[in-house]
Design a protein around this ligand. Structure first.
Ligand code: NDP
Length: 320
C-alpha cells in the first residue's frame, strides 16, 4: 500500500488526512518514484487553503526525492534504480508518486536525498528570481523579504556570489542575523525597511524588491524602489494582492513581474540544466542547504502549522 497525505476539501490543517491509497501506476511519460522525502513548501498551504486550485480529492505536495521503481512506456532517459528529485503539480506527500519526467533530474552521487529535496523548489525559485525576474547585477542594492526562510536563504547566498548588496527583511533579530550569515549586507524588521533603504541608497531606492509576502507589503515594496525599479511579486504569505492598479507604477516608471516556477521551464532540457547548475552551486560553490526539521509524513499537519507560524527557517521535510 501507499501512505499519503490527501485532502478532499480546502481549509485549515484539519482537512489533511493521513491515509492508505493504492500505489499509482506510471503514465507513458511518467516514472513511479518510491519517495525518500517530500519537500514542504509554503505554496502547499495555498493549495490546502484553496488559494491555488487543484482537482479534489488530491494528494498534496509539489516536490519529492527518491528512487525510480518503474518506467512509463515512453520514458527513455531514466532507468529503474535512478536516484531522482522532481517537481510536480501535486502528489509528493506520499510513499509512491507517479511523476512526469519533464521536471525530474538525477541526483548526483555526492548529493543526499535530503539535500536534493531540500533545495530543488526553493533553490530553483531563487535562481529564477535573480536571473530572469530581475537579472541582478554586481553592486545592485536589492531587498529580500523572509530572508531566513527557504527561498530567502538561497537568495541571500546566490546574491552575495553575484556581488549584490542585499537588505534582508525578517520578523526577528535572530532571523536577521541568519540572513546576514548567509550573505546579506544588513538586515532590518519590516517596519524599519523604508528608512534602512533611504540610508543605504542615499535616498535613491533599490533596483529590485523580491516580495513573497503579498498583501501586507505591497505599499512598502512600491515605496522603496528606485527609478525604473523592479517589483518582483512571487508569493502570498500574508494573503494575495487584489485590485492592483497599474497606475501606481507610473510615479517612478516601475516595472512589475509575477513569476511562477511551475510555469517557468519550457522543456526538460532547460529544467535539467537549471537543476544541474543548482547542484553545482551546492557541491562546488559552497551554497548551504539548511534543514529546519524532518517530520514523519504522518505529521504533515504539524509541519504546516509550523511553517505558517513564522517560527521556521530554511527547509521542512517529510520523511516518506
Ligand atoms: P518560507 O520558509 O520563506 O516561509 C514563509 C515566511 O514568510 C515566514 O517564515 C515569514 O518570515 C514570512 N511571512 C511574512 N508574513 C507572513 C505571514 N503573514 N504568515 C506567514 N509567514 C509570513 O517559505 P518558502 O521558502 O517555502 O516560500 C517563500 C515564499 O516564496 C512564499 O511566499 C511562497 O509562496 C513563495 N514561492 C513562490 C514560488 C513561485 O514560483 N512564485 C515558488 C516557491 C515559493 P519572517 O517571519 O521573517 O517574515
Amino acid at each position: 500500500m501507499n501512505h499519503v497525505i490527501s485532502y478532499s476539501k480546502t481549509g485549515s490543517v484539519d482537512v489533511l488526512e493521513y491515509k492508505e491509497a493504492p500505489i499509482p501506476s506510471a503514465g507513458p511519460h511518467q516514472v513511479l518514484v518510491k519517495n525518500a522525502y517530500a519537500g514542504v513548501n509554503y505554496v502547499d498551504t495555498y493549495f490546502r487553503e484553496g488559494l491555488y486550485e487543484a482537482a479534489l480529492p488530491s494528494v498534496l505536495g509539489i516536490e519529492g526525492a527518491g528512487v525510480v521503481e518503474s518506467l512509463g512506456e515512453e520514458v527513455t532517459d531514466f532507468k529503474v534504480g535512478d536516484r531522482v528529485v522532481y517537481m510536480t503539480m501535486g502528489g509528493s506527500y506520499a510513499q509512491y508518486t507517479a511523476a512526469y519526467t519533464l521536471f525530474m533530474a538525477k541526483i548526483p552521487d555526492e548529493v543526499s536525498f535530503e539535500t536534493a529535496c531540500a533545495s530543488l523548489v526553493q533553490g530553483l525559485t531563487a535562481y529564477m528570481l535573480i536571473t530572469h525576474s530581475y537579472n541582478v547585477q554586481k553592486d545592485d542594492w536589492v531587498v529580500v523579504y523572509a530572508a531566513a526562510g527557504g527561498v530567502g536563504s538561497f537568495m541571500c547566498q546566490m546574491l552575495k556570489h553575484r556581488g549584490a548588496h542585499v537588505i534582508a527583511v525578517t520578523s526577528t533579530e535572530e532571523k536577521g542575523q541568519m540572513a546576514v550569515n548567509y550573505g546579506a549586507e544588513c538586515s532590518c524588521r519590516y517596519d524599519k525597511l523604508a528608512e534602512t533603504v533611504r540610508e543605504k541608497t542615499n535616498g535613491k531606492g533599490v533596483r529590485a524588491v523580491f516580495d513573497s509576502i503579498g498583501k501586507d507589503t505591497l505599499d512598502l515594496s512600491l515605496d522603496i524602489l528606485a527609478l525604473e525599479g523592479r517589483f518582483v511579486s512571487f508569493g502570498n504569505a500574508s494573503g494575495p494582492i487584489d485590485n492592483f492598479s497599474l497606475n501606481r507604477l507610473q510615479r517612478r516608471c516601475l516595472k512589475v513581474t509575477r513569476p511562477g516556477l511551475l510555469h517557468f521551464f519550457e522543456d526538460h532540457e532547460s529544467f535539467a540544466n537549471a537543476a544541474q547548475a543548482l547542484f553545482d552551486e551546492i557541491t562546488n560553490n559552497g551554497v548551504k542547504v539548511s534543514i529546519f526539521k524532518e517530520y514523519p509524513m504522518s505529521e504533515a499537519k504539524q509541519a504546516h502549522l509550523d511553517i505558517q507560524s513564522r517560527k521556521t527557517t530554511g527547509k521542512l521535510l517529510l520523511k516518506c
